[in-house]
Ligand binder design. Structure first.
Ligand code: FE
Length: 330
């Protein structure tokens, strides 16, 4: 349910008396991906969860302007770049939890505990199965080679997913090698950059381009609707540092009234019991190693993922944006 702010506050007031331990979540993760989980948490624990969904920009702005008056206890969003930004703006507080430390691998959470990854999203190479022999694919960097001239499709550099990808390449390869690669990508573009991963995949399926870089769950959605789509996923950098991964995740709000409740909800979401749905509803990968991936996701095969701490994507985001601008990646 998407509340406007007035309705939201009146709901809060109305529910204030009995629901002292209510937990309020601000979420940029879509309604249909979180509602079933929160409803289950309510049934299992008796604690009421109220949520507001919006894009991350407006949510961060709202947290800032509400300051100490904010009703929010937990911020749930996508991409380590966004979580890192919220932390930088002082909107999150550190949480120290043995359960979170056990359930979530160290590279998928803030080292200081301001935020924790709850699902893993892999940003990988997609290719047209009629046009490309996957034996000719290898790394993200190799998409800059002349072989791919006029054959590559990319989403806009304005999207945080690509900023995080390039930030992680800077962390690993350094600025100059990364810039050379990004320039090569731009040279190889078959079409102007697209506004979404889905459009990149549709362009690959239509033969407008042969390869692209996308988050796997967008491919999963297309494949679910069209099982015969002539597109497949390729896992790059398997001889090197692995597939670029990012997270959706959450952190306890700096000015939360219900720190205990928010921490309990965060812990609950990291448990095996909730992880299968948290990841599975969006065809993502669980952060909790003890949980199986959804069958449709498992069908894409296993891969080695990059284990650089995803917080580097935030730290190097501004450098990545400048680099992409210099390289002409729009
Ligand atoms: Fe997405």
């Amino acid at each position: 349910m998407k509340f406007n702010i007035l309705i939201f506050f009146s709901v809060l007031l109305a529910s204030c008396a009995p629901g002292q331990d209510e937990i309020v979540v601000y979420s940029s993760r879509a309604e249909h991906l979180i509602a079933p989980l929160f409803e289950r948490f309510e049934r299992e624990t008796g604690t009421q969860v109220t949520w507001v969904t919006d894009k991350e920009g407006p949510l961060l702005q709202r947290l800032k302007s509400e300051d100490a008056q904010t009703p929010a206890d937990l911020l749930l969003t996508v991409d380590a770049g966004n979580l890192w930004l919220a932390q930088q703006q002082g909107l999150l507080q550190p949480v120290d939890s043995a359960r979170l430390a056990t359930n979530i691998p160290a590279h998928l959470r803030d080292p200081a505990g301001h935020w924790y990854g709850l699902s893993v999203r892999a940003r990988t190479i997609a290719y047209n199965t009629d046009q490309v022999d996957p034996a000719n694919l290898s790394t993200y960097a190799a998409l800059a080679e002349p072989r791919w001239q006029g054959r590559l499709c990319l989403r806009t550099s304005k999207k945080v997913y690509n900023q995080s990808l390039v930030a992680m390449m800077i962390a690993e390869l350094g600025e100059q090698p990364t810039e050379a690669i990004v320039r090569g990508w731009v040279t190889n573009l078959a079409a102007p950059v697209f506004s979404s991963d889905t459009k990149v995949l549709e362009a690959i399926a239509a033969g407008q381009c042969d390869v692209g870089v996308v988050n796997t769950y967008y491919f999963g959605r297309l494949q679910r609707d069209n099982p015969d789509i002539p597109v497949a996923l390729y896992w790059p950098d398997q001889q090197g540092s692995g597939v670029h991964v990012n997270v959706s995740g959450a952190g306890v709000v700096a000015n939360a009234d219900n720190v205990d409740g928010a921490t309990r909800l965060l812990e609950w979401l990291s448990e095996a019991n909730a992880q299968a749905d948290f990841a599975g509803l969006n065809l993502e990968y669980p952060v909790n190693d003890g949980v199986d991936v959804a069958p449709a996701v498992a069908a894409w095969g296993e891969f080695k993922s990059n284990v650089i701490n995803v917080s580097r994507a935030g730290e190097l985001q501004a450098d990545a944006v400048r680099l992409m601008d210099r390289a002409g990646y729009r």
